[in-house]
Write a protein that binds this ligand. Structure first.
Ligand code: ZN
Ligand code: ZN
Length: 411
């Protein structure tokens, strides 16, 4: 599939230039570049308007003038960064064409997008993380949808396999969290492993305070409630027009049908299974261990069967990768002081952790997404397509249409 689209592109692009693909209305690359560097900036500011408006609305009560100023400056900075990245990527399209003297399959979108992000100004760490993870998730989605391999096609549809792998992610995540080496957000946060000789606050062997049954019921109620509130909020948003005209409809059948109770059920079961298995193991073996958290996390993944959604699955997958990576990083860093001639894997791991991983993930994911955008628009994530079109004021959209038209000529 990949090679066939490359072969077709090589055929239709023969004799065509970056002017044919990108700027038929501008005879010279220089004038076209001047044009878009001047005109596309508002697109990036438009893209991030939700980022400007939503956080102050959520914080409503404790919004100060200082917060508003800092928040607005951050919005301006990220919009400017995105503008420079987009413009650099567009310039790279022409530059690479002129360098090679022809249109090259990988030098349309893939390398230019990657270079635009690589050369562009760096984002502050939290935003870089957000962007890298969003891009990575979208690339993964596109890669899975694009793949024609029977194994991947099968695993996309197989609920048992999805549940089993989700259980494995859950086990890895909770073992990392329990070890105390990794501190990140996850559905449940176990207490880090207690030192062997510490006096326990709770029931025999458990690290939580109070009785085990109380601990269990607290968790189930709290998480079930959070799930219900999230779902109710979503249903209100979805049925907004109905409720605005007829508020009584809140108690009607139509609104109830829009409410999905499964998220609350999933969260309640997840925390319920996790806590009960942890308590059982702690009581049986006298204290809580990392291995217990892994077993409990694995079993807690079973309720995924009730609520198999793409968002929860990718959250589990990316968190498992991130936390596993962080765990190895802190572990390798610990070995640093002990001995210089440690085993080869530890040294390789230490070296790998010195690489700017988030930045690399962000660059390659963005390049890949650009590639999919141009050559496989049917599997390209909708959010990414919109972002590209907005930030380039439809320059990329027109290019994509031209490629589709060229392909249609020969197929
Ligand atoms: Zn050009
Ligand atoms: Zn307990």
């Amino acid at each position: 599939m990949v090679s066939s689209s490359k072969l077709v592109f090589d055929r239709v692009a023969a004799g065509r230039t970056c002017r044919d693909l990108w700027h038929p209305q501008f005879a010279s690359c220089r004038r076209y570049n001047v044009h878009f560097w001047r005109t596309i900036m508002p697109g990036s500011f438009k893209l991030y308007v939700p980022l400007l408006v939503l956080p102050p609305l959520v914080k409503l009560n404790d919004v100060t003038a200082r917060y508003l100023l800092e928040h607005t400056l951050q919005y301006v900075y990220i919009s400017l960064c995105t503008y420079v990245q987009a413009a650099l990527s567009l310039s790279a399209q022409c530059a690479l064409h002129n360098l090679l003297g022809r249109l090259n399959y990988w030098c349309v979108m893939f390398w230019p997008c990657l270079l635009g992000v690589a050369i562009g100004p760096p984002l502050p760490k939290p935003l870089l993380r957000l962007q890298a993870i969003t891009f990575f998730n979208m690339s993964l989605e596109a890669a899975v949808r694009k793949s024609t391999a029977p194994a991947i096609q099968y695993s996309r549809r197989s609920k048992p396999l999805a549940t089993l792998t989700f259980m494995a992610f859950s086990a890895l995540i909770l073992a990392c969290l329990r070890s105390g080496r990794v501190k990140q957000f996850w559905l449940v946060n176990p207490n880090p492993e207690a030192p062997p000789n510490s006096t326990q606050a709770g029931s025999a062997g458990c690290s939580h305070a109070g009785r085990c049954s109380q601990h269990l019921i607290d968790g189930v109620l709290k998480y079930g409630m959070v799930g219900l509130i999230l779902e109710a909020g979503r249903a209100v948003l979805r049925k907004w027009s109905l409720l605005a005209t007829r508020p009584v409809a809140l108690f009607g059948v139509e609104f109830r049908a829009a409410c999905n109770l499964k998220l609350g059920l999933f969260l309640a079961c997840y925390v319920g299974i996790f806590r009960s298995v942890c308590c059982l193991c702690a009581r049986r073996y006298g204290r809580e261990r990392v291995a217990h958290a892994a077993v409990a996390g694995f079993l807690a993944g079973i309720p995924y069967w009730l609520y198999p959604t793409y968002q929860i699955y990718t959250l589990g997958l990316t968190k498992a990768i991130e936390m596993g990576w962080e765990y190895c990083g802190t572990k390798a860093a610990d070995g640093d002081d002990d001995d210089d001639d440690g085993c080869i894997t530890a040294r390789l791991l230490r070296r790998a952790h010195r690489l700017p991983m988030l930045r690399l993930v962000q660059m390659f994911s963005f390049g890949y997404l650009g590639h999919v955008y141009a050559f496989y628009p049917r599997v390209s994530p909708v959010f990414h397509q919109k972002a590209m079109d907005v930030c380039s004021t439809d320059l990329t959209l027109n290019m994509k249409r031209r490629i589709a038209a060229w392909f249609a000529e020969v197929l």
